[in-house]
Design a binder for this molecule. Structure first.
Ligand SMILES: *[C@@H]1O[C@H](CO)[C@@H](O)[C@H](O)[C@H]1NC(C)=O
Ligand SMILES: *[C@@H]1O[C@H](CO)[C@@H](O)[C@H](O)[C@H]1NC(C)=O
Length: 450
């Protein structure tokens, strides 16, 4: 068992409902003053369902993030290249090396990320390969003590997950720069380090991601269509530890991919399931992936069944009953007939509905599910239980869950700045509620999870 970890989750209504509703009307803007958007669709678009393939990947030059990104309507719909969206940050990081004075740098440096890769509290991986040899991919799990390449043709990438949980300045930066996305949708900040030629191969993810070039340059090949989980499973290079799409060259041949070179400060947004392949085209190549999360029905169902295992009352306890079994005449005793089937379905429906209709219970269930860490941690973050009185005093309001929640309610600080903590909120009430009401005392409920 790992130590008890306090996570504070403030849940107030369903802001996410509002969001999903706003995203249902899918249409790709054809003419947009600052976007490069060809009007005719690619001839290859007809190869598959036309809607599944976009004619071109739009580019925003000199992107004012997030406003231009929001205006592009790309979120959740199609990939987009955001040039110079984070130039200020990239410049500060690059200047940090040259200047003596203290700079306001919110991104971690190369050496800080390398240090984290060698720390067994963080999750890190080393992925190496020999270019153009598909079966040469190798994966080594961290901590990575020192980078010793046994083969000089091997190109390498170090990946570190959860960097934001170790770097409060990066965590705050994400909150500030991505404040259009609700906190609960946040997964982690992963940073990859590579020298020339390093990469992790063609793959696709289940979640939206912003790939931000921090330093050096990386070439990205981006797919113009979604790849289904089934296609991915059936089309990956077998017998290696890294999942690489084996049909990427074919996609490229069919004009279904597009190449971009990202310079420091450029970013690429990818909705779930768009294939992509990044290759460092310089040394010192550092890429930040701001990953989002979204639960699947399968995950919710699985988690729900874990939750109900311990229940002792309610409709999940109801059992199939048939007191009328022997009342009438039966001629088909070996069949599960419509009567049985409908009765069983109703039993299940009643039980699920009971949870869906109990807002407190659903919020608690959903809040826990979407804010728990996806990565296993044993000693990190430190449990409040292990701190002595003085240490707790040093933490001020944050040393106690109740006072911490009070502090947030009063508008003092944000729980997300505490390392290792993730939290979510929504607003109870009407859909016209705005963020400003989040902390009003009358309209929210709070849950303290352990
Ligand atoms: C690939 O698609 C782009 C965008 O539709 C188009 O401009 C280009 O001519 C295509 N290339 C080939 C080889 O068909
Ligand atoms: C950026 O990359 C260059 C090489 O391309 C390297 O010399 C430099 O140290 C890197 N800077 C940072 C801040 O990582």
């Amino acid at each position: 068992m790992h130590g008890q970890v306090y996570a504070f989750v403030i849940l107030v209504c369903f802001m996410f409902l509002e969001l999903t509703c706003a995203f249902t009307a899918t249409s790709i803007p054809k003419i947009c003053k600052r976007y490069v958007f060809p009007t005719s669709s690619s001839k290859f678009a007809t190869r598959r369902n036309e809607n599944e393939c976009i004619s071109e990947i739009p580019i925003i030059l000199d992107c004012n993030f997030p406003d231009d990104f929001i205006e592009s309507k790309a979120w959740g719909r199609y990939p987009i290249l955001l040039r110079n969206a984070f130039s200020k940050e990239a410049t500060a990081l690059i200047n940090q090396q040259n200047e003596e004075e203290e700079l306001d740098v919110e991104w971690p440096s190369w050496s800080e990320v390398m240090d984290l890769a060698s720390d067994d509290e963080a999750e890190s991986r080393l992925i190496t390969h020999i270019p153009s040899k598909d079966d040469s991919w190798e994966l080594e799990l961290g901590p990575i003590e020192n980078l010793q390449m046994n083969h000089e043709d091997r190109k390498w990438t170090v990946l570190v997950n959860d960097v934001d949980r170790f770097s409060p300045s990066l965590s705050e930066w994400i909150c500030r720069r991505f404040d259009m996305i609700p906190q609960w949708r946040r997964d982690d900040a992963q940073i990859s380090l590579s020298d020339l030629g390093g990469g992790i191969g063609a793959h696709c993810d289940d979640f939206s991601v912003f790939l931000i070039q921090m330093n050096g340059t990386r070439q990205w090949e981006v797919g113009k269509r979604k790849i289904s989980s089934k296609e991915e499973l059936e089309g990956h290079v077998p017998d290696i530890d890294v999942r690489i799409l084996n049909f990427w060259d074919q996609e490229e041949g069919l004009n279904l991919t597009k190449k971009f070179i990202l310079e420091p400060g450029d970013a690429l947004y990818l909705p779930p399931r768009y294939g992509h392949k990044g290759t460092a085209v310089s040394d010192g190549c550092m890429t930040l992936s701001v990953g989002l999360r979204a639960p699947s029905a399968k995950e919710m169902m699985t988690r729900l069944s874990d939750d109900i295992v311990d229940s002792i009352e309610g409709k999940f306890m109801a059992r199939y009953q048939d007191p009328d079994l022997l009342d009438g005449e039966f001629d088909n005793r070996n069949c599960i007939d419509d009567v049985v089937r409908n009765k069983a379905k109703q039993l299940l429906r009643n039980a699920v509905e009971e949870i869906l209709e109990d807002e407190n219970r659903f919020d608690s269930f959903f809040g826990k599910l979407v804010t728990e860490s996806k990565r296993m941690r044993f000693d990190y973050p430190i449990s409040l239980d292990t701190l002595n009185v003085d240490e707790k005093k040093d933490l001020g309001a944050w040393g106690d869950p109740e006072t911490a929640i009070e502090a947030v309610r009063d508008g003092d600080g944000f729980l997300f700045t505490a390392e290792g903590l993730s939290w979510a909120y929504s607003i109870l009430g009407g859909s016209d509620d705005k963020l400003t009401r989040t902390f009003s005392k009358s309209s929210h409920q709070m849950f303290l999870f352990s």
